[in-house]
Design a protein around this ligand. Structure first.
Ligand SMILES: NC(=O)c1ccc[n+]([C@@H]2O[C@H](COP(=O)([O-])OP(=O)(O)OC[C@H]3O[C@@H](n4cnc5c(N)ncnc54)[C@H](OP(=O)(O)O)[C@@H]3O)[C@@H](O)[C@H]2O)c1
Length: 116
C-alpha cells in the first residue's frame, strides 16, 4: 500500500486532499504544526523517516499575504526554508514531493509548464 504524508494537513488545501485521498486505498498520515513544525528540520526528518512515505504532499504554509509582507522573516522561514526542509526529508526517504504554489506568484498567464 502506498503511504502518503501530508504536511499542513489541517489547512484548507490539506483537508481537501485528505478528503480526496480518503476515498482511495493509500495510507494517509496527517501532519500539522501540532505534530511537527516544518521549520524544524531535524524533527521533521525524524517524523517523516518514521512514516517512510512514498509521497509527501506539502500543504503547510504561512498564507496570510498581508502578514507575510510585515513578517518577512516568518514568511521566509516557513514558505522558503520550511518547504526546503520538506524537500530534504523527501530526499532522505526517497519520497516524491508534491508542493503547491500560489497564484500570487504564478498567475497562470504562462501558456505551459514552468521550469524548476
Ligand atoms: N486554498 C487555495 O485555494 C490555494 C490555491 C492555490 C495555492 N494554494 C497553496 O496551498 C498551500 C496551502 O494553502 P491553504 O489555503 O490550505 O492554507 P491554510 O489553510 O492556511 O493551511 C496552511 C496550513 O499550514 C499550517 N502551518 C503553518 N505554518 C506551519 C509550520 N511551520 N509547520 C507546519 N504547518 C504549518 C497551518 O497551521 P496554522 O493554521 O496553525 O498556522 C495550516 O494548517 C499554500 O502554499 C497556498 O499558497 C492554496
Amino acid at each position: 500500500m502506498h503511504r502518503v504524508a501530508i504536511t499542513g494537513a489541517d489547512g484548507m488545501l490539506g483537508q481537501d486532499i485528505v478528503r480526496m485521498l480518503t476515498e482511495t486505498d493509500v495510507e494517509i498520515t496527517q501532519l500539522d504544526i501540532n505534530n511537527v513544525d516544518i521549520t524544524e528540520k531535524n524533527a521533521l526528518i525524524e517524523v517523516i523517516s518514521d512514516i517512510s512515505p512514498h509521497v509527501i504532499i506539502n500543504c503547510a504554509a504561512y498564507t496570510n499575504v498581508d502578514a507575510c509582507e510585515s513578517n518577512r522573516g516568518t514568511a521566509f522561514s516557513v514558505n522558503a526554508k520550511g518547504a526546503g526542509n520538506v524537500a530534504a526529508a523527501a530526499q532522505k526517504n526517497h519520497a516524491m514531493i508534491i508542493h503547491t504554489s500560489t497564484d500570487y506568484i504564478f498567475d497562470g498567464s504562462k501558456k505551459g509548464p514552468y521550469n524548476e
